[in-house]
Design a protein around this ligand. Sequence first.
Ligand code: PMP
Length: 361
Amino acid sequence: MNTYRKPARKLEGIKPYDPKSMPAKVVLSANESPYQAPSELHRAIQSCVGAASLNRYPDPLAETLRRTIAQAHNLAPDQVLVGNGGDELLFNFVLAWGGAGRIFLNMPPTFSVYEHNARITDTRVVSIPRKADFSINEEAVCDRVAFGDIDFIVVTSPNNPTGNTADPSFIKRLLESSDAMVLVDEAYFEFAGATVLPWLNRYKNLAILRTLSKAYGLAGVRLGYLLAHADVISELLKVRQPYSVDTVSQLIGTCVLEQRAAFDRHIAATIDQRDLVFEALGKMGGVRPYPSDANFILFRLENASKVWESLYSRGVLVRDFSRERGLKNCLRVTIGTPDENRCFLDVLEDILAQEGDSHGK
Ligand code: PMP
């Protein structure tokens, strides 16, 4: 056939997720860590990977890694599920709690993968947009949840791309006001410190997502994990791909988590730099940075997409959100090394000065 049968109707109008990665001298667009693992740990990783039996399938549930994660969080191993990046676990979650006839409550602007996953699984999306300062419209969300028909909610804390954390008392209200599953996406938790982890043994409808892609510098490895009640994990086991986390990733993840204190320095440096970048952006005329508890900063300025292009043409890649709903004229910069951040700030300042000159003419 010179044609093919059309795929499912729900795919009409859907665009594939595009992280907009492009080659650049200074890459500050994907919220990755700018740091490799410290060299001693890097060597330990290489030696355990070198000894792996790659002819065998991986351990389907990554039991060693699962135990390491459980110990690190003071939980039982059956409260932990490991995935091929947090992305896979988000997809598993919508497979288990979404689908035709089910409802997901979303609070945009937030991580676009949630809505994408809902649409490709025929899950109905109820959107309660954030307020102008990107805080959650708590009253509207609680009123909607009170109807009792919401199946799951994702609270992203800190939120991507806005950087702000959710108020724990709001999360508690959600957990207590209905039996809807509340997935708290804590992908950036290490840069904020705030977590609802202590509540896991109190609320059966709470699940927490974490990743090794950000604070632990393993975006290239693809490892995330979900923490929840053992019964919730059992439901997720029904939808997951059996071998999605490969042997090499399991070994690297175990090595890194056993030595996780080695990353404290990198996390502290990123937090320091975030505060410096925030201050510097705030001093630039016409730039409004939004306070962030994560490893990135969202900022708003006139002609954002033109500024994005100028930054890119000078070797600095940031993420352009300026055409997204609720994010008009917004760009997001990931916090990099001090040199990378300096370069970003210098180039941006230069671009704005040139713009100012050309307007003055
Ligand atoms: N949640 C949020 C809020 C994110 O920003 C990301 C990464 N962009 C993820 C989850 C997934 O991360 P990963 O798949 O790399 O673990």
